[in-house]
Design a protein around this ligand. Sequence first.
Ligand SMILES: [Zn+2]
Length: 54
Amino acid sequence: MHAPLVLCLVLFWATLMRALFVKADLLPATCARCGLRLERRALGDPVCACADER
Ligand SMILES: [Zn+2]
């Protein structure tokens, strides 16, 4: 079957579309490690702390 190929394509497109949305400011840029936003939009928002732990 073509299941692995289709899965690969869907994953590829999802990544590509997400990158486009982030670039268009429709979605906030998020950390690849923890999934939290890199920049605080409002006071008290949970943000990525990975960079601080380095
Ligand atoms: Zn992080």
